[in-house]
Write a protein that binds this ligand. Structure first.
Ligand code: AMP
Ligand code: MG
Length: 352
């Protein structure tokens, strides 16, 4: 299959012709498109065979449910059933935006879209192209991140092409995304509101609307603990991992740099290609073959927007061993560390 790349200029986002993309979606085909979080791989959420195509194109296990994207807040009660007051409050406070809300599934959404679950994850994106695509297609769009399963999520159209070229008919290129981490996921379908995935909307912000909201234990578990069952099925799968072995170092900043330099020297002597995931403040202090900077440590949003791209770059350069600095928990830092820990297969070393 030939994959068409539909390029949209920044200044043309409100008026660009999306009719070909809408037509494909209405026929049950798939289109990758930009959102403010990461690129999504979209298909008609009400069409079980479109969902099956999404799983096949990504190579994603079919028990890992898809997020249903809507263009209007009111549609939360169309794709969801018995939507609680709390869920509505969250939608009012954060939509359109990078928050996914899990509610009971309405029959209009087939089980194939929700990985067999009786709940459904719903989001109303703020990105203009995403919003127009949903609205103008007249559909609800099921869209996981537009990467091959297991690889880092895609923050540019080029990444979607890397993973999906020849597997889907169209990628809409809307340029680099604004946030770079997937949405925060909140489960409002049970008795207790729970954060299943940290994201750009922080626990601190959510608490102002839903006092007492907690992280699901599986989110904060440092090591994989067999006793904690992941509520978001996606949390149990290996994610974002570069091909090289990634290890996170935390502790005193100087000691981290010294230790990583010692390790890379040993590995270089063995003929290994070494890389470091650093920041603007530290990047010149490392001696690895390749040093990537995520941005300034003081700017969490900048770190977040570069994370997946840099994880992909390690594969480009063929790094065998990668060492990453760690970031403080809290705020967006919780989301950054959540993705980094998964990418590292929870390999983290504390120095003190
Ligand atoms: P992705 O869009 O690729 O980031 O994947 C969507 C994420 O949302 C996955 O981690 C899913 O496990 C999670 N998710 C989607 N629907 C549900 C649901 N009904 N209950 C729990 N988690 C969900
Ligand atoms: Mg994903």
């Amino acid at each position: 299959m030939q994959t068409r790349l539909l390029k949209i200029d920044r200044c043309n986002q409100k008026t660009a012709d999306l009719s070909a993309a809408c037509e494909l979606l209405r026929k049950g085909e798939l289109v990758a498109f930009p959102t403010e979080t990461v690129y999504g791989l979209g298909g008609n959420a009400c069409d079980a065979s479109a969902s099956a195509r999404i799983y096949a194109a990504k190579g994603r296990p079919s028990d890992n449910p898809l997020i249903v994207h809507i263009a209007h807040k009111e549609d939360l009660s169309v794709v969801g059933r018995d939507v609680s007051e709390g869920a509505k409050k969250l939608a009012d406070a954060f939509w359109p935006g990078p928050l996914t809300i899990i509610v009971n599934r309405a029959d209009i959404i087939p089980k194939e879209t929700t990985g067999g679950l009786d709940s459904v994850a719903v989001r109303m994106p703020s990105d203009i192209i995403a919003n127009r695509l949903i609205d103008e297609s007249g559909l609800f769009i099921a869209a996981p991140s537009a990467n091959a399963s297991g690889r880092p999520s895609t923050t540019r159209a080029e990444h979607c092409m890397e993973d999906l070229d020849g597997r889907i008919p169209m990628v809409i290129d809307g340029g680099p995304v604004k946030i770079g981490l997937e949405s925060t996921i909140v489960d409002m379908s049970g008795d207790k509101p729970l954060i299943l995935r940290p994201g750009f909307i922080t626990k601190e912000e959510l608490e102002k609307v839903i006092p007492g909201i907690e992280f699901d234990p599986a989110v904060i578990a440092r090591v994989k603990n067999e006793n904690i069952i992941a509520k978001a099925p996606g949390m149990k799968y290996r994610h974002y991992a570069p091909k090289g072995e990634l290890t996170i170092y935390e502790g005193d900043a100087e000691l981290v740099i010294k230790t990583i330099n010692e390790k890379t020297a040993e590995l270089k002597a063995l003929g290994k290609k070494t890389a470091v995931l650093a920041t603007e403040e530290s990047k010149d202090l490392y001696t690895a073959d390749y040093v990537a900077s995520l941005g300034r440590r003081t700017d969490e949003a900048e770190i977040a927007v570069h994370l997946f791209e840099q994880l992909r770059n390690f594969d480009e350069i063929g790094a065998d061993c990668i060492f990453a600095e760690s970031f403080p928990q809290g705020g967006i830092g919780s989301a950054i560390m959540n993705r980094l820990m998964k990418a590292a297969g929870y390999r983290i070393i504390t120095l003190n």
